[in-house]
Design a protein. Structure first.
Length: 365
């Protein structure tokens, strides 16, 4: 009679996918009996910092329904990387199978030696179709279906950590229309915070994504917060004041310059940061007082600085109170602000490559 060869595997298995099934299949092929231990909800929270997708008993039942698996344990030991230790020592398997990138390899080898079990490393064999990980699945679940983008009024560049000035402000506003992965109505590389929006639509941390590009954090901050906001300049987002932007309704329009915008390529340009700070202070007062005049003044001050930086003169528009390049400028969209909605609408009707935008604040229920 052939001896039963007992194989043991462990993992989080929080969101089961085909990669897990492939691993179970290859592990089972090493013997004749497969035990699977998964990290309990407590272990996931304490060791991985995340909430389990399912209650433990539900997850145990799902794993048990897989024909490859003969026994399922809930790993609840406190030792990091060895939450399955009690079950392992109790059932004394012949083999512990792990993946080649196991971060707790040495601890698991020592555990195997303590009972005379064989430690077997299995290469990660990808399924024949598109691969996916639990992390990427969780990101997709958490990702919003759509997000606003933003216009910036003043204080831009002071959200880049190396150019931050204590006591300075960055002022911006979330806008509609929204964007989604399947419906992106704006031009790409246009200065509206599109790279941050795209990262967030893919479940990424927008702030980390932008800082990794070498630019500032204002885009993901305002896209997440929404509304009309003044932020304190510094290494990370810190909301100073937020206001209802409804006084900007039907007062804003975008004009596409026909040129790509490149923020990372312009980060280190020479510019007068003391004047950028001054423009941000005016805009911050505009947020506090909900003043179209102060917001317009700050936009015009920012535009003067953009011209000093070497950007081309934007077209003059009748009845426009203010204008500036969006974001880092040198292309992309320009923002125009009007005192009356009729003037805004006439501009859009008469001028090619323009579109209406509206301020957006997330509803509170």
């Amino acid at each position: 009679m052939n001896k039963k060869i007992h194989v043991f595997v462990s993992g989080c298995y929080d969101v089961l996918h085909a990669g897990h099934l492939q691993f179970f299949k290859e592990a089972k092929a090493l013997g004749s009996y497969l035990s699977v231990s998964f990290a309990s909800s407590n272990v996931l929270l304490n060791h991985r910092g995340r909430v389990s997708s399912l209650p433990d008993r539900h997850k145990q039942e799902i794993l048990h329904s897989i024909e490859l698996i003969d026994e399922v344990y809930i790993g609840n030991d406190d030792e990091l990387g060895l939450d399955f230790k009690s079950a392992f020592l109790n059932c004394k398997p012949d083999i512990l199978a792990v993946t080649e990138d196991d971060e707790f390899a040495e601890m698991k080898k020592a555990l195997c030696e303590s009972i005379g079990a064989e430690y077997v490393v299995l290469p990660k064999t990808e399924p024949s179709f598109e691969t996916i990980s639990t992390t990427s699945i969780i990101k997709q679940i958490k990702a919003p279906l759509s997000v606003p983008v933003r216009v910036d009024f003043a204080g831009g560049w002071l959200d880049v950590p190396k150019y931050a000035i204590e006591g300075a402000y960055i002022v911006n506003c979330a806008i509609t229309p929204f964007v989604s992965k399947h419906n992106w109505i704006y031009e790409k590389k246009s200065g509206l915070g599109g790279s941050a929006a795209w990262a967030m639509l893919n479940g990424e941390d927008g702030v980390s994504s932008e800082l990794n590009l070498g630019v500032g954090w204002q885009d993901p901050a305002i896209i997440s917060e929404t509304g009309l906001c003044a932020w304190s300049s510094g290494p990370m987002p810190a909301l100073y004041i937020k206001s209802n932007p409804d006084f900007l309704n039907k007062k804003m329009a975008l004009y596409f310059t026909g040129q790509d915008h490149d923020t990372p390529g312009n980060v280190d340009n020479d510019r007068d940061y003391s004047k950028i700070k001054a423009a941000g202070e005016v805009a911050c007062h505009g947020v506090k007082e909900r003043s179209l005049e102060l917001i317009s003044e700050s936009i015009n001050l920012s535009y003067e600085l953009q011209l000093q930086e070497g950007m081309h003169i934007l077209p003059d528009v009748k009845d426009a109170l203010a204008k500036k390049y969006s974001g880092g400028g040198f292309g992309g969209y320009a923002l125009y602000v009007f005192g009356k909605s009729k003037a805004r609408d006439s501009f859009i009707q008469e001028t090619p490559n323009t579109m209406a935008i509206e301020p957006y604040t997330r509803p509170t229920y």
